[in-house]
Design a protein around this ligand. Structure first.
Ligand code: NDP
Length: 330
């Protein structure tokens, strides 16, 4: 069965030569174990950080060991009474076509409630990130303006929709005109702009957020976020979810210092990791599933086919090739 290993720690943007394909025997399962066939693989920007040998909230991937990420897999053999053949499970698993597990830390998912990809997106880690970041830090109130960067991606598309449910005016920033159109058409955004074609980001924010920014959901960091500081309102909340614009930088980024803007507006800026809210995940999944069932949350994904395309799908995140959640179907 095929396996993908981390061969090199990427320098700058990851490339296909940083990954190695190898084969291993399909494992025998022992009592209490299940055999899993990978069905959908989530590729995520945060994996870039784990490829670096740097201290972070999770240990780095080891060289010449399999990479792992969120995966939906099918149980194809079982010696564990909690699972039967044909069940689908979701959890953190290796980039392998087939692997065994004890089933601990895996959750059963049902095709009857939602399409399987939704469990890696809207109803999975992505949706939970949007839900808890807004609930615990952003606290959007009716009538407020929220600006979302990386708005057409996995997290951003859910953030906008939840903010809309909360009655906000929602403005999105993304990397193409097609994505901006889609934000308005499918995700309920009120306005937006393409950061690649605006000469003056500050002017673009003022144009699309004439009443200023009450909540800034930051997925990208970098120059765009620097420009946002000039446009925040009193008591603004800034949610530092991600900084993909600087993930491939080899040097420490420099830019506008936010302190003075935070001080004069009594604003809050807070980073978070979705796993901080692990104890409340059941509540988050319940609320997201309810909105999804009511048709208030639209799940969008970009599905690439084939195990051999997992590394490229990951690399393509840095070129904005996805709308909604980037997944690989095996
Ligand atoms: P996305 O689906 O948003 O994919 C990444 C997107 O980022 C691309 O589609 C691209 O869209 C955009 N992008 C790529 N390069 C740049 C750049 N240089 N400048 C601006 N935008 C860029 O991924 P996710 O939704 O999974 O993740 C979004 C962010 O949230 C990431 O930063 C991720 O690390 C973070 N995250 C944080 C979590 C947490 O617990 N704190 C949990 C999950 C994600 P475009 O065409 O618009 O450029």
């Amino acid at each position: 069965t095929k396996v993908i290993l981390l061969k090199n720690r990427p320098s700058g943007k990851p490339s296909s030569s940083d990954f190695e394909f190898t084969e291993e025997q399909v494992p025998e399962i022992n009592d209490g174990e299940i055999l899993l066939e990978t069905t959908y693989v989530s590729v995520d920007p945060y994996l870039r950080g784990r490829m670096q040998d740097a201290k972070s909230y999770v240990p780095p991937f080891e060289l010449n060991k399999p990479i792992h990420s969120g995966i939906v897999a099918k149980v194809i053999a079982t010696k564990n009474d909690n699972f039967k053949e044909g069940d689908y499970v979701s959890g953190m698993l290796d980039w392998k076509e087939v692997q065994k597990s004890t089933g601990e830390e895996l959750h059963k998912v049902s095709k009857d409630n939602a399409p399987l990809p939704a469990y890696l997106g809207t109803l999975g880690m992505t949706g939970l990130t949007a839900y808890f970041g807004l609930k615990e830090i952003g606290k959007p109130k009716e009538g407020e303006t929220i600006l979302v960067s990386g708005a057409a991606g996995a997290v951003g598309s859910i953030v906008g929709q939840i903010a809309k449910i909360k009655g906000c005016r929602v403005v999105g920033v993304a990397g193409s005109d097609e994505k901006i159109e889609k934000l308005k058409k499918d995700f309920g955004y009120d306005d937006g702009f393409n950061y690649n074609t605006e000469d003056d980001l500050n002017a673009a924010i003022q144009r699309t957020c004439p009443d200023g920014v009450d909540v800034y959901w930051d997925n990208v960091g970098g120059e765009l976020s620097d420009a946002v500081f000039f446009n925040i309102n009193q008591k603004a909340r800034i949610i530092n979810c991600g900084a993909i614009a600087v993930y491939n930088d080899n040097k420490v980024p420099t830019g506008v210092s936010p302190q003075v803007f935070l001080i004069k507006n009594s604003a809050l800026m807070q980073g978070f990791i979705v796993s901080n809210y692990m104890d409340s995940f059941p509540e988050g999944v319940q609320q997201l599933s309810k909105w999804y069932g009511e048709g208030k949350l639209h799940h969008e994904d970009t599905i690439v086919e084939g195990f051999e395309n997992i590394p490229q799908a990951f690399i393509d995140l840095f070129d904005g090739k996805n709308t909604g959640k980037m997944l690989v179907k095996i």
